[in-house]
Design a protein around this ligand. Sequence first.
Ligand code: AMP
Ligand code: ZN
Length: 495
Amino acid sequence: MISFYNSLTKKKETFNPLNGKEVSFYTCGPTVYSYAHIGNFRTYIFEDILKRTLLFQGYKVNHVMNITDVGHLTSDADTGEDKIEKAAQTQKKSAFEIAEFYTKAFFDDCQKLNILPPNTVAPATRLIKEAISLIQALEKKGFTYKTSDGIYFDTSKFKDYGKLAGMNFETLNQTLKAGARIELSPEKKNITDFSLWKLSSPNEKRQMEWPSPWGIGFPGWHIECAVINLKYLGQAFENEKFFPEKAQTIDIHAGGSDLIPIHHTNEIAQVEAATGKKFVNFWLHGEFLILKDFKMSKSKGNMILIDDLKKQGFSPLAFRYLTFNAHYRKPLEFSLEALKNAQESLNNIYDFILDCLNDGKIETSIKKETDVKFSLPLQKIKEDFEKAIYDDLNTPQALAVFWKLIKDYYQKEFNPKETYLLALLFDKIFGLGLDKIKLITPSKEIQLLSKKREQLRKEEKWEEADKIRKEIEDQGFFLKDTKNGTLIKPKLNIN
Ligand code: AMP
Ligand code: ZN
């Protein structure tokens, strides 16, 4: 039994998919005008843990993600420049080249972080006709109005507007006004109204623009996620045309917590206004990764990237590990110190896997089946792990259980093969690449060097012994002195 905290109902609820064993799962993807930063990746890692937990439970997951390659403006008030077009101008490339470049960079980073790819990735620009059809349906139902720069959604007409943010229409309006997150443009009826279709300005030549019944322009940011959900999960489109009666409710929608008051609130408004049905059953939101001294922001350009961590000698998986230290609904402070600790912990875990392989003479080609019958103490640890992760993805607790397994392995001399298989089972959720670790037999030359070093140490010739250790390390191995002699282990391969 899995339970998740549902942002919609504001309580923990038992999760059951609407359609047997298949889960429909949507996550908001990146706006591809720049690299994604480690804050963004905290959210994508949380979503990956969520997906892996569903898979671990035996569900089939149909995961869809959008790519925002048009329509995300520099201001939430539906004003300002299109982020992609702006990047195209400054980087002297076409808007399509910008989107393609940063989409690829995003998925390269996801791979480094062992984030499982979605089943369907849909850029907004692929679904322009569908967006127009959905806007027409909203227009027909009386939810829209026209201004000089586009077609807007009248949020006062949608009965439950603001429910995800735990507010009604009036309070959400007042909150946005007070927070000055959004300015009321003269033609907008309510501060919460948002553009469905923006008309290209007569003074600017956009690269990304399309004809529509309202004039040449481009879709708003919020409509793209509504359309992509309804197309690939909600099954509400046929030949690019929207059929509200076909729409199905989606099991899970996830994203960062900043998306609740505007983007996700507007997704709900559009879909539920157009279909008259519940859009999403479970909404899950991840809290932010924060930095003590400054707010990381793509638009300000002061971001830490996955490659920055690599350049400093850290493995991207150490960052993945670091995010498990806090529950996804709590803010997590990033620091170099925390990353160093995470890297050290990860190295220790790799070392522990090597010990299991070594102690049990385990061939890594052994079947890594999930339905192993574990002996009682390991079975108990497995149950504790499942209890933690099925309880709203409690990764700090799940990690604590993993460390107990490691401690007990050494102290209680657990069976190495069983322990190894249980660790790999946990890693189906953690995704730290433990199944890739192999015992590599050092060459004769390295073995001889190690023997020579042991001899030098006996003779207390520390400096010479150290030189040899360094030589061995340069060849991709490290030495671990144990009571049974020196072990030669392959070094962690930083990807
Ligand atoms: P964007 O590419 O700006 O649309 O953001 C992509 C995702 O990252 C969204 O789900 C955001 O909620 C999330 N996000 C943005 N900044 C952070 C942060 N500092 N920590 C965690 N998630 C973030
Ligand atoms: Zn979205």
